[in-house]
Write a protein that binds this ligand. Structure first.
Ligand code: PMP
Length: 401
């Protein structure tokens, strides 16, 4: 088998879809705000972004990005190590560290690189990484680059984590968890996980990619909401969701975080975020931390969508969060529903193997504070008639709505 032959099964799967919409390959022609896009020439409601507060379209964010692009140009054209750090990068790092009340902050070009850079810099071949089995690809990839021994523990099981940690050397072990899981939409039991780490002398990194902004009295995420911010060694986040930008960050009270500037390969060997991106994210951070009404609107919309989908008869993930998984089962049914929704003007995410078990395919709907009640109701109406048309919803379930 040649190198190219390996790709043939995937090209065949795509070819088999014919001229119907291909999952994971949607082209967006226009965006008319955070919730309305144009796909295939049709106005389409966006319920598949991670733009949880719609901030990528906030006028102050756009103005800050435009002004920074005019002052610094369209790109940094190099790594911070090679070509220099913009004052803006430093200021954003200071803003983030201050927001979390931590001593250090470091900005990465993407959230993916934040996880890969952190894990591969802290762990080497003589160390151990212990991760939740349902971790994001960036966490798995970080452990691969590190060369560390890797153990996965049962999803969200602090007991299984404690068992896995019991055999590991103190001080040589990094535990990495997500706070809000990006596919299942469920929450990590952070106090129990932090206790297991403390007991075993392990360091704890928490990825708040999807939870930053949505949880906690100040919107700092699940560690804040669950009262364990002080027990997290490294808190990772991304700009590509709540902050409407692109990039990632890590904050910590360990001064060692600063050293990643010199050693983290996914940081050293890639160009830094543009001035426009960084200035936009700084503006978004200011808005998100100051305006708590965004958070209230987000949760109101979560309630409205979950209640409506459940009343229609869809099976949802158990935890209420801005990620609303709609459980379908077999891949052909999930693809048919996804395509039917798109044809009807609603874009959501789809999860297929290898991202899930063959019988656990799902649509992944995400809610933002920027959706109006009318938009959520429109999404529900589309879910209702497409689900009924494809016999995914039974007539009885539909008529009860
Ligand atoms: N961590 C998690 C849990 C994620 O879901 C994602 C992206 N979906 C990332 C990290 C990577 O973030 P980014 O897309 O900003 O690179």
């Amino acid at each position: 088998m040649s190198l190219l032959d390996k790709l043939a099964p995937m090209s065949e799967r795509v070819r088999a879809i014919g001229d119907r919409p291909v999952p994971f390959d949607t082209v967006i022609d226009e965006a008319n705000g955070p919730c309305e896009v144009v796909i295939g020439g049709r106005p389409t409601l966006m319920c598949g972004s991670n733009n949880y507060f719609g901030l990528s379209f906030h006028p102050d964010v756009i103005a800050a990005a435009q002004e920074a692009a005019a002052r610094f140009g369209s790109a940094t054209t190099g790594s911070r190590v090679a070509s220099g750090t913009l004052r803006l990068h430093r200021e954003l790092e200071e803003d983030l560290a201050a927001a979390f009340g931590m001593r250090q902050g470091l900005v990465f070009t993407t959230g993916y690189q934040a996880n890969v850079g952190l894990i591969s810099s802290l762990c080497g071949p003589d160390d151990v990484a212990v991760i939740d089995v349902e971790s994001h690809a960036s966490i798995y990839d970080g452990t691969r680059l590190s060369g560390a021994r890797v153990f996965a523990f049962r999803h969200n099981s602090a007991d299984d984590l404690a068992r896995k940690l019991a055999q590991q050397p103190r001080g040589r072990c990094l535990v990495v968890v997500e706070a809000l899981y990006s596919i299942a939409g469920d929450l990590a039991p952070l106090p129990e996980i932090a206790a297991a780490c403390r007991e075993a002398g392990a360091f704890l990194a928490v990825d708040e990619a999807h939870s930053f902004g949505a949880y906690g009295a100040h919107g700092l995420g699940c560690a804040e909401a669950q009262g364990v911010l002080g027990q997290v060694d490294f808190l990772v986040g991304t700009f590509s969701k709540a902050l409407g930008g692109v990039g990632g960050f890590c904050v910590s009270n360990h001064d060692a975080l600063k050293t990643l500037h010199f050693v983290a390969r996914p940081y050293v060997f890639t160009a830094s975020g543009s001035a426009a991106t960084i200035a936009g994210v700084r503006a978004a951070l200011r808005i998100l931390l100051a305006d708590r009404s965004l958070n209230a609107r987000l949760w109101e919309n979560v309630r409205r969508l979950r209640t409506g989908l459940a009343q229609l008869g869809y099976r949802l993930g158990a935890t209420a969060s801005p990620i609303v998984p709609v459980r379908i089962g077999a891949a052909d049914r999930a693809i048919a529903l996804w395509q039917g929704l798109l044809d009807a003007g609603l874009y959501v995410n789809i999860v297929l193997p290898p991202g899930c078990r063959a019988d656990a395919c799902q649509l992944r709907t995400s809610v933002t504070s920027a959706h109006s009640a009318a938009q959520i109701d429109r999404a529900l109406a589309i879910f209702e008639w497409v689900g009924r048309d494809l016999a995914i919803l039974s007539a009885a379930a539909c008529s009860s709505s």
